[in-house]
Design a protein around this ligand. Sequence first.
Ligand code: FDA
Length: 393
Amino acid sequence: MVKPEVCIIGGGAAGLMCAITAARRGRRVQVIEHARQVGRKILMSGGGRCNFTNLYVTPDNFLSANPHFCKSALARYTQWDFIALVEKHGIAYHEKEAGQLFCDESSKQIVRMLLAECAEAGVEIVTGCAVQAVQAMDGGFRIDTARGPLDCQRLVIASGGLSIPKMGATGFAYELARQFGHELVETRAALVPFTLSGRPLQDWEDLAGVAHAVSASAGGMSFDGALLLTHRGLSGPAILQISSYWSPGEELLIDWLPGQDAALALAAVKRAQPGLDLAGWLGGQMPRRLAQRLAELSGLPARPLGQQRDADLAALGRRLNAWSFRPSGTEGYRTAEVTLGGVSTEAVSSASMESALQPGLYFVGEALDVTGHLGGFNFQWAWASGHAAGQAL
Ligand code: FDA
């Protein structure tokens, strides 16, 4: 291997963006990736179409123990910068919903674009080569790779988080951070489906595949969007979003009729259509099977609304707006889109991503304790943090 000035461990979104930015500035850069190909998560993202950024990126779309940390990088490499790159490469894209931008054709186009940029800037990419250990030396680092040792002046850790181990995720960034004295913020699977068990699972599992627009709340946050019932529990965009705010053991509240005061609505329907029953009323606003199940679980006697007690309808209305689930857990890193927590930002520069404890060491992307909402925000963080380090290297 030729001796690079900069070595980047991890050829994902953040590592490749960092490599392109540094190499364009004249640095000799090598990316070391242990999988056989770079950008595997990009390839499988967005259902194969890569939700590569969002039109409405703000620091509020990110979770971190230090919510200010992400601001500088996000401001210096914005969604518009990435969109300009995508347009420069003639990649057609569209807004799906809520500012989420997807490729019209395939996420392969984003990987091809990044590889073309790497080639043009002279980045060397080594795949199928895991980094096993790192040692600080005078004026740089010695890296032990599966193909032998390698020396470099600066080292970027872009090896991501723990989500989807089958695709090459490792805890390497955390081990290395600890080795150099960095604190870790406790990690947890996020943007992940919930599992149910026991009675709640029995109540819902046969409705697997049924979806409905809800508002999901936990940990002081709420998200509107689709809820999808699954064989194991709950999924869908609103559920994935709220999973980042939920703590094990906590209650999850589902508003089955968002934007509607169900108690008032039931009182009005009782007067206007006394012959209608609960399943019939709900069935006008959601899939029939879901309406039927909610009616069964409501505990109300099976008779028309006109014959229900006002107090029972009021209580049921409140419940429909805040239906309680107590998930037994989540599907974990096996299916999680991201890892919450990670390398603490305390001892990392928000301007350059450089370690305050070990000069010449940088952390970018998901490895850091910065986690985006669903909708292209995690890639935008990868692009922005990679770019910030690339500018500083
Ligand atoms: P990333 O994990 O992408 O890259 C790290 C790289 O380091 C990997 O290639 C890994 O193999 C390598 N590596 C690890 N250990 C190593 C070692 N010891 N030696 C060498 N290499 C090593 N986000 C979004 O904004 N829009 C979307 O549409 C989606 N969709 C999506 C779908 C699915 C299924 C998942 C799992 C995730 C998403 N995401 C997403 C999240 C997004 O993919 C994620 O946030 C970024 O890929 C993070 O980029 P990084 O470069 O930081 O890590």
